[in-house]
Write a protein that binds this ligand. Structure first.
Ligand code: FRU
Length: 549
């Protein structure tokens, strides 16, 4: 298939046809927090998944990997488009898929609609990086195959090394609806193999490797496979849920990645009792599981109800049973369907999809939707809690760093505040608060309109293990250490990734009208004598034109 063949006119026609004719069915919300059509309907009820007409309509169109020149110009000057996060040059993206370090390069794939800035017609887009920070787009890796088990979409999956090749396991969907009826998607687990070292040419096998969920289980969904190898055996976890019993992760075993035997549930939730009809909205279907060892513990991650959860515990490798010991939330904001990989140094890197939080009509008109999070390093603290920190090498992107000269004179400290600001919503603020301080609130404000903060963060030593970011209790690590609490706010176009002392995270989207990003400054309620450091840095964009190419 010619994957770059769509004419620019064709692309623009498509884009406009979505804005005018698609109407309500195209709205999408991650994890079902607000019930709308399309993606959430697809997530509905077992392996029969209903979506709007979008997937079927788009499927017959040729692929458009690059935006038309006029749209490219619009996108390049849209200040809300990030400048140092990975995102496609145009159109819709969701989950990270199959991130892998291979032959000296970091490869990232992700869910992608090549034809519109709304969910639908799922492909795997592909980008490559030397360092997980700078990216170059490559041709689409996986596209629905007309007669394959993925004819109506290549959903989320995982890349793994199998000998000297890279293989991906992913969910394929076909539309089983009668002509004219709303699509009814059937999920199965599929396999594809790369035939070149740059992971550009892929062979998708038309038949699935797991055609259906285990007989006898009344599942609420069956998708997002994650394989791993233990000795000579491959294992595979698949996101699911059992009707009336809650979310679940199904465990399979195989000698060769192709013949899979169902074992049992690796993990299971409990019925949420929610009346939401959509099992992802209710929490009764767990999407995008991930499962991996850190030290002598195992980490399970899954997404449901618009949130991403972690559990840490012990894997009994004889019985292949996971016993959860601790749990928590991976990110308290707009962050969903994450996936981990090992980097060149053996660190566990977490990537997540940062969805839009503005109305579908706005992102569809903007011509782009969704952002890949910055790489986050996962570790465990001695008690077995998950810790999450920004990749330390991110500091290389910092330019023109300015540090407040903190003295014992509060008014002198305060006089310096107006002098530090971030231009073009492209920078980072790092605040370190003494644990022995009084309560203090930091607000990120537009210099032009300081009355309306974009984000607030309160730290109160009476509750030393949390920061209140936009009123959400984000963990800052166990109390007791005397080290200052470091709050990092990484701001890029329309996203703020907050890192609370290398422990909890909160990702926030923020939108402003017009062609210019606000200049962001800092307001502080409380004495600046509570701070041990405050610095602001502009960040160097990773591409000249916001198209991350
Ligand atoms: C999570 C998800 C996955 C699915 C994919 C489809 O956001 O719903 O469960 O494979 O998106 O795009």
């Amino acid at each position: 298939m010619d994957r770059t063949g769509a004419s620019h006119n064709h692309f623009l026609r498509l884009r406009h046809s979505h804005q005018t004719s698609a109407g309500a069915p195209l709205d999408y919300n991650p994890g079902g927090t607000r019930m709308t059509l399309n993606r959430r309907q697809f997530l509905h009820a077992g392996t029969t998944l209903a979506a709007g007409n979008l997937a079927r309509r788009l499927h017959s169109f040729a692929l458009a990997a690059v935006p038309a020149p006029t749209l490219a110009a619009e996108l390049a000057s849209d200040p809300r488009r990030p400048q140092f996060h990975l995102l496609p040059a145009a159109n819709w993206m969701n989950d990270p898929n199959g991130p892998i370090w291979w032959k000296g390069h970091y490869h990232m794939f992700h869910q992608y609609n090549p034809n519109a800035a709304v969910w639908g017609d799922m492909h795997w887009a592909h980008a490559v990086s030397p360092d997980m920070l700078h990216w170059r787009h490559l041709p689409i890796a996986l596209a629905p195959q007309p007669r394959g088990a993925d004819a109506a979409g290549c959903f989320t999956g995982t890349a793994i090394r199998d000998g000297d090749r890279v293989v991906v396991l992913y969910t394929g969907v076909i539309d089983t609806a009668a002509p004219g009826a709303p699509p009814a998607f059937k999920e199965s687990q599929c396999i594809a193999t790369a035939s070149d070292p740059d992971l550009i040419s892929w062979t998708q096998e038309p038949a699935p490797v797991i055609a259906a969920p285990p007989p006898g289980l009344n599942v609420t969904g069956f998708r997002d496979p994650v394989p791993w190898r233990q000795g000579d055996t491959w294992y595979l976890a698949v996101g699911s849920g059992i009707r009336g019993h809650g979310g679940a992760v199904l465990l399979y075993r195989s000698p060769d990645l192709r013949h899979w035997e169902y074992l049992h549930m690796l993990a299971q939730g409990s019925p949420t009792g929610s009346s939401a009809g959509d099992p992802v909205a209710s929490g009764d279907m767990w999407e995008c599981p991930d499962f991996f060892p850190i030290g002598d513990k195992h980490v399970l991650i899954y997404s449901t109800q618009g949130k991403t959860f972690w559990q840490t515990g012990t894997l009994d490798t004889d019985a292949m049973l996971f016993r959860s010991e601790r749990d928590g939330i991976l990110d308290y904001g707009s962050f969903y369907a994450p996936k981990t990989q090992l980097d060149a140094r053996g660190r566990h890197i977490l990537w997540g999809w940062i969805p839009e939080t503005r109305p579908q009509s706005e992102y569809s008109a903007a011509g782009w939707a969704g952002i890949m999070s910055l790489p986050r390093v996962l570790t465990l603290d001695p008690a077995g809690n998950l810790r999450i920190a920004l990749l330390p090498e991110f500091d290389q992107l910092g330019a023109t760093k300015r540090e407040l000269r903190l003295t014992g004179d509060d008014s002198q400290n305060r006089r310096q505040l107006p002098g530090i600001a971030i231009r073009g919503a492209c920078g980072e603020i790092v605040v370190s608060i003494d644990q022995a301080s009084e309560s203090i609130e930091v607000a990120l404000v537009s210099v032009e309109d300081p009355a309306k903060p974009w984000l607030t963060c309160r730290y109160d030593p009476a509750q030393p293990d949390i920061a209140l970011i936009d009123n959400q209790r984000v963990p800052t690590g166990p109390a007791g250490s005397r080290a200052p609490v470091e709050l990092r706010f990484v701001i890029d176009g329309s996203v703020i990734e907050c890192f609370a002392n290398g422990c909890g995270t909160l990702t926030k989207r923020f939108y402003y009208p017009g062609p210019t990003a606000p200049t962001l400054g800092i307001e502080i309620n409380g004495s600046l004598k509570n701070l041990s450091a405050l610095s602001v840095a502009q960040i160097k964009p990773i591409s000249a034109n916001r198209l991350t190419t």
